[in-house]
Design a protein around this ligand. Structure first.
Ligand code: ATP
Ligand code: MG
Length: 152
């Protein structure tokens, strides 16, 4: 999910391009202004943290671009492309490392790959099942060796 700072800073295209070029497939997308209720549910694991109110305030302060990306080990790969929670600790080449400087303005959210089920829970929070689109990327045989068909 590209957060309101990423949207306002016109980074949507740049960020989506990175995921597309990596080989990940966009299977759902939604440009939405989160309600307080949905934001609180999304960040419920942080309810007790002292930054919770600021976090909810920020994530509801403008539109976000929510996406579901599919691909081999997608949740872990996306997290590694996103970088560390704090942009100041994120390596150059990662999204937060290239586009952020401040912990509270870290451009993008991604599901936690170390929390099993987090990705599915978040997909359910943002999307109805009929909003997930099934299709094949035309280059999939060039992305995955095991899909390569011998035509001769
Ligand atoms: P996200 O869930 O947004 O993808 P994350 O999983 O890297 O980020 P979390 O620990 O889940 O990090 O924290 C959620 C968000 O809360 C962070 O993205 C950051 O914006 C904010 N945050 C985390 N820790 C702090 C902190 N110590 N002070 C202020 N804000 C924080
Ligand atoms: Mg998190």
């Amino acid at each position: 999910m590209i957060k309101p700072d990423g949207v306002h800073r016109q980074l949507i295209g740049e960020i989506i391009t990175r995921f597309e070029q990596r080989g990940l497939k966009i299977v759902a997308s939604k440009f939405v202004h989160l309600s307080r209720e949905r934001a609180e549910e999304h960040y419920q694991e942080h309810t007790q943290k002292d930054f919770f109110d600021d976090l909810v305030e920020f994530i509801t302060s403008g539109p976000v671009m929510a996406m579901v990306l599919e691909g081999a080990d997608a949740t872990r790969q996306v997290r590694s492309m996103v970088g560390e929670t704090d942009p100041a600790e994120s390596a150059p080449g990662t999204i937060r490392g290239d586009f952020g400087l401040d912990l509270g303005r870290n451009v993008i959210h991604a599901s936690d790959h170390e929390d099993p089920g987090a990705n599915e829970q978040e997909i359910d929070l943002f999307f109805d099942s009929d909003e997930l689109i099934e299709y094949d990327r035309i280059d999939s045989e060039w992305l995955y060796e095991w899909l390569r068909v011998c035509l001769i």
